[in-house]
Design a protein around this ligand. Structure first.
Ligand code: XMP
Length: 321
């Protein structure tokens, strides 16, 4: 597949879809393929492209890694059912939490997710199903940041000199790798996906484990999941590229019921950005910030500190790990 960039200005969505459907069909031939749907705009667009090209010869899975947002797995399965795509929900929570156990380094966490996803979970699925291809929604920004050594995005291999066939036993097809997020949104809309999908805020492959600093235990993931519900509810009307809650590793002294409470810290980030390459913090009203802190302090157990990040990318990145 081609890898040269197609800018939003150059993109002709109908032509792009037609070309990619043809390419997927000719690569897979009469064989079968599988793909993982997370419900984000990239994997959703790939799912629709793949089904256009292969129909029932593409099997789509939602991998329940235990790191997703509240209610997400079933919501995505139901949404795609309404679009005529059957999604198989696969419970792999235990595998992911076992792989994350004891890991605190951000890049090692990303690597643990990558290996669990591609080697353990998909390796097994490919072997069982006899599929030779995995379709996935890598975009150009993922490749750029990984190759530049900024962050190991979970879905980049060949550009790092890793041959998926050798490493995992199957080939990877990346139909969106010429696009950035803005282009993928246009393609997703042209594929008939609803605005709730094509306008969807990005969510990282390592999911909530990217938002727990230090070890991502099931307990910590649950805390950041609760803070995420509140953050997404309160900021849903804000015109921003992406917003998130992050659970810190360090504790700070607080007080509760008149006693010392050495408690947890949640950091909120809300970004303005066009394509995630650079970003600035959104100028949120003070009342909104107070609503966020009030609800998080009240509803997320053990939290005594809530902060709002005011650093830009660069030198910050959007996710905390
Ligand atoms: P950073 O943190 O690198 O994030 O400034 C830029 C954009 O990429 C998303 N992100 C990821 N997406 N796999 C993904 O598919 C990943 O491993 C990953 N890490 C970060 C992030 O949410 C933001 O939109």
């Amino acid at each position: 597949m081609k890898t040269d960039e197609i800018t939003l200005h150059e993109l002709n969505t109908e032509q792009f879809i037609e070309e990619k459907v043809k390419e997927i069909s000719s690569l897979v031939g009469s064989g079968t393929a599988i793909n993982a749907l997370s419900g984000g705009v990239d994997s959703s667009a790939v799912t629709m492209l793949g089904h256009k090209a292969l129909g029932k010869r593409l099997k789509t899975y939602f991998i329940e890694n235990g790191l997703m947002r509240k209610g997400e797995p079933q919501k995505i399965v139901d949404l795609f059912k309404n679009h005529g795509v059957e999604v198989i929900l696969l419970d792999a929570k235990e595998e992911f939490f076992n792989a994350l156990e004891g890991i605190t380094d951000p890049e090692q966490k990303r690597e643990a997710i990558t290996q669990t996803f591609y080697k353990s979970v998909f390796g097994k699925l490919v072997e069982e199903s006899g599929a030779k291809y995995l379709l996935q929604g890598t975009i150009l920004t993922d490749v750029d940041e990984t190759v530049a050594g900024i962050k190991r995005q979970h879905n980049v291999f060949e550009q790092l000199g890793i041959d998926p066939q050798e490493a995992f036993g199957y080939k990877i097809i990346e139909p969106l790798v010429q696009l950035r997020k803005d282009g993928v949104r246009e393609v997703a809309e042209a594929l008939g996906l609803p605005a709730s999908v094509y306008n969807r805020m990005p969510f990282p492959g390592p999911a909530l484990s990217a938002r727990v600093i230090g070890e991502a235990t099931p307990e910590k993931i649950e805390l950041v999941r609760q803070a995420t519900v509140i953050t997404e509810e309160i900021l849903s009307d804000v015109d921003a590229f992406q917003y998130m809650a992050i659970l810190h590793n360090d504790r700070v002294t607080g007080m509760r019921d008149g006693r010392r409470d050495f408690g947890l810290q949640i950091e909120i980030r809300c970004w303005n950005s066009i394509d995630a390459r650079t970003a600035t913090p959104t100028n949120l009203p003070y009342e909104t910030l107070m609503e966020l802190s009030g609800r998080i302090l009240e509803e997320v157990p053990g939290v005594v500190s809530v902060t709002y990040n005011i650093a830009s990318k660069p030198p910050s990145t959007m996710e905390a790990i």
